[in-house]
Design a protein around this ligand. Sequence first.
Ligand SMILES: [Zn+2]
Length: 519
Amino acid sequence: MSKQISADLVILNANIWTMNQNEPRAEAIAIYQDTIIQVGDNKKIQLLIGPETKTIQLNKETVIPGFIDAHTHIAWNGMNKIYLDLGSTKSLQEALDLIKISLNSKKPGEWIIGRSWDQSKWPEQRYINAEDLDPISPENPVILRHVSGHFETVNSLAFERLNLDPSQKGVDLNEEGKPTGTLRDIDLSDKKEIRPNFDDFITGLNYGMDECLSLGITSVHDNITFENLLPYKYLAENNELRIRIYGIIYEDMLDEAIKIGLDRFFGDKWFHLGAVKLMTDGAISSRTAYLYEDYSDKKGEKGFALYDEKRLDDMVRKVHDANLQIAAHAIGDKAIANLITAIMKNIDPEECYRAMHRIEHAELLQLEDIERSKDYGIVYSMQPNFVWRWGMVGVNGMYEQRIGKERTLINNPFRWVLDHNLLLVFGSDGMPLGPLYGLKGAIFHPNEQLRLTLDEAIRCFTLYPAIVSREDKIKGSIEKGKLADLVVLSHNLDNIELADFHDVEIQYTIVGGKVAYKR
Ligand SMILES: [Zn+2]
């Protein structure tokens, strides 16, 4: 006689999108500790209910695997809460007003650090500059990071304090040859005075994890800077990670990682390392993404490569040889093409296929590059939220302004990637976090031919990122034996008109069998 274990938690009467090809739909799930022990119909699962079992009884709402956001900066997202958040400002004037308010609580000389401003949301439609800032903040250095993360604006005092040189690359000058305050892709990582400390990171990570849980995100592929690593270690050691992390470390940590033999098999189900971030170009919004043709709103500008050919070759080989995964940022069509060429030149196709090297963003990805990357199994790690936020032609078009309508319509070509049987993973880059927001960019892409179905788009946010971090044995779909990381949505996705997708909300987020968020 075998003793039947009873479940800790069951979900009944759901419409489950399992993301498991063999059994795409189910009705109920039983969970024991942190693991799914059975998936099936109500009857089968009811047998596992004991006196202690908790039950979530649904009315055919859809349950999907927990979302995996494949490109985040969680600590930085959370730190928006401790720094001055300019992300929701509706005008440049409003941003200046917020700076004035925060000056009230600062002593002369103290830094004002602001984040996430986005001129495309302002009627002024221009960058904030030193001339705006100097009169309101003559005694406090001010640095304001753009939402793209690729440039910042500083006032004149901050320019001085950071010991910047007007002639250095990335410093914008006005007609009189004076710095405008805009700093493009200038490395400020050694400027201690503007860097967050350990406690700031812990606070940022906690805020960031809370935000993830409220949005249905149970795992992330997080970009981890050097100073972010120890705060993560601290949280992991104290069992305070509440979402699961796949770490993408930065290039400056690579030599150390290689020295200690740290590769992609390092870690556990909460924190796991594996990828290395390379930066091959900038962003479209700052006209630093490297293009074949000029930017539509600036003749003669094509952006630029951040590595020369030799350095790119060396980096690609180095990461691959260290048994780490390449996660290379490339946005412009020329940057993407150069990167693919470097990968093809330096890595054996079969080995490359197994390594699942990935291109981050890959916005202006060309069809011929997808074709030639097929045998190499390149993974495209893209941001559908960018399409919804900046790419809807004729609506809110930062993309249209920078690269014109024609290129905007083939920007972020999700359909092409899937049609070539390549892995497509979706992340947000934190602009903003939230897969339900991001999914809209995939299902309502302005070019109908490039749209995904809802089912395909959800796979890119669940199963595929689990495959790419080599964790699909433990997560990414709703199957017996996998971790109970789940999201309960407010609607039945089989009955919903696509146009009503905007109404869908997160009801529950479950991580390792525990309800971590309830609306
Ligand atoms: Zn990023």
